[in-house]
Design a protein around this ligand. Sequence first.
Ligand code: NAD
Ligand code: MLT
Length: 316
Amino acid sequence: MALNDIKKVLISDDVNVKCVEILENNGFNVVKNTSLTVDQLKEEIKNYDCLVVRSATKVTKEILNSAANNLKLVARAGTGVDNIDVASATDLNILVMNAVGSNTISAAELTCAMISSLARNLPLANQSMKDGKWERSKFMGTELYGKTLAVLGLGRIGREVASRMRAFGMRIIGYDPLVKPEDAAQWNIEAMSLEQIWPLADYITIHVPLLPETKNLLNTEVMSKCKKGFRLVNCARGGIVEENDLLQALNSGQCAGAALDVFAEEPTKNLDLVKHNSVICTPHLGASSIEAQNRVALDIAEQIVKFVKHGKLEGG
Ligand code: NAD
Ligand code: MLT
């Protein structure tokens, strides 16, 4: 691949303007168009060397094939690359890069807010007051102090969540096949197998990527092994929790509450889940902070410049 052939960049999702500025200042020809349909993108992409996306654009085999003669680079302004068919890109010699770490703190902070909101019924109590009510006994909460939080995935976000929730006095247990128990212990996390975790956890928070091994990780069989009344937080990826199984567990009381930032299909059509009284939800806002979006835009633009101008590769 001749790196200096990469000149024309299409940004098809809502990436901070800093990304455009940095690329243009470095001589790239950049077009941002966030309103392309799949068919339009399939045609438009034939005119570009590089595609920059967040999570809304699904970079499928079909899209990649239509750009097989020209596209050299797909850059994800964020962490997860599950919206990009990386295997097909690799087959076509198209490089995929991402901006790992730039939105870690924002995703971790949203997760902690979700855990606290579940414990104290904040969204429902807030709505009740806005409806003109004063329902003190209805919204009796529970303390986080002394409760057990299971962190699934002890990577960047999982560890930041663990350290913040330790400050609430929670016991932190966790599972990650790539983390040694002695490393987890240094972060004040007790490493355990999933089978040990299920019956112990009062709260389960998910921070694993969406992979074939993690798809539907939280399903009826697993949730039936959990403590009755456990609470679940998913600020990682839709598809890791089997949504209909979760709905059943919420209806039976096996799961006392769920906080969801991500959904199997986005925007979700699963309104039974969204409208459930024990569910708190946000529309994939984990990385939606001013700071994270600035960092992500800067990070991905600088990675593209370093790669094209100096042949240097970063990211994860
Ligand atoms: P990371 O790569 O630093 O950590 C992921 C961890 O999961 C790794 O340590 C890995 O070993 C572990 N893991 C992999 N398979 C596992 C399994 N089967 N069981 C348990 N652990 C497993 O990634 P990160 O930066 O912490 O991000 C985690 C995920 O969060 C991303 O993949 C992304 O999908 C999601 N995310 C969501 C938002 C949002 O807006 N809601 C923002 C950022 C990231
Ligand atoms: C990510 O993987 O970084 C998140 O999903 C955030 C985003 O899409 O912006």
